[in-house]
Design a protein. Structure first.
Length: 176
């Protein structure tokens, strides 16, 4: 039986990478690039009942996870663009749990999968054209109270992709 910690953090809690290499940044971009197809593949055979499965007590359904990824990654792209075009902007955090209870989270996951495909294509294009020094540009995250360099943000979002993909994979193993 999985512990609550393992169910919540199947790839472990986020731990920032200090001084990532160019190769590491390239690997992270690839994780971002591959995520929509991997999420689609993991969810392609799921029934409505399976999408409604909560893989841990108090957790989200698989359907909510997919919609959350679209919301989170929309915010990510905006945060990157703000940091690249403004001097150390303060970003606007959002209440993820409250968003997950909104009516649009009842829509078919195909809508969010399509959003993720287009969004990640644009995001990866932006990442591929960033110069090394641009990764040091930053935004301020008031919820965390710290500045996020775009290197730290990329690290966090590649983890986020792996984290939620693992949630779906874990749910399938637990339920099916």
């Amino acid at each position: 039986m999985e512990s609550q910690e393992q169910l919540s953090y199947p790839v472990g809690k986020f731990v920032p990478t200090s001084s990532p290499s160019i190769d590491t940044l390239t690997q992270w971009r690839q994780i971002i690039a591959d995520f929509p197809a991997r999420l689609r593949a993991e969810t392609s055979d799921l029934t409505t009942e399976a999408l409604a499965f909560r893989y841990r007590p108090g957790g989200w359904t698989i359907q909510q996870v997919v919609h959350h990824c679209a919301d989170s990654h929309m915010n990510a792209l905006v945060r990157f663009k703000l940091a690249l075009t403004e001097e150390h902007p303060t970003i606007n955090p959002y209440k993820e749990a409250a968003w997950a209870e909104m009516d649009d989270y009842q829509l078919p996951i195909e809508i969010s999968l399509a959003i993720l495909e287009g969004l990640h294509h644009r995001w990866v294009t932006l990442l591929e054209h960033m110069h090394t020094e641009q990764y040091q540009r930053s935004f301020f995250h008031p919820q965390h109270g710290i500045p996020f360099s775009l290197t730290l943000a990329l690290d966090n979002y590649q983890w986020h992709c792996r984290h939620h993909l693992a949630h779906v994979q874990q749910a399938k193993q637990l339920k099916f």
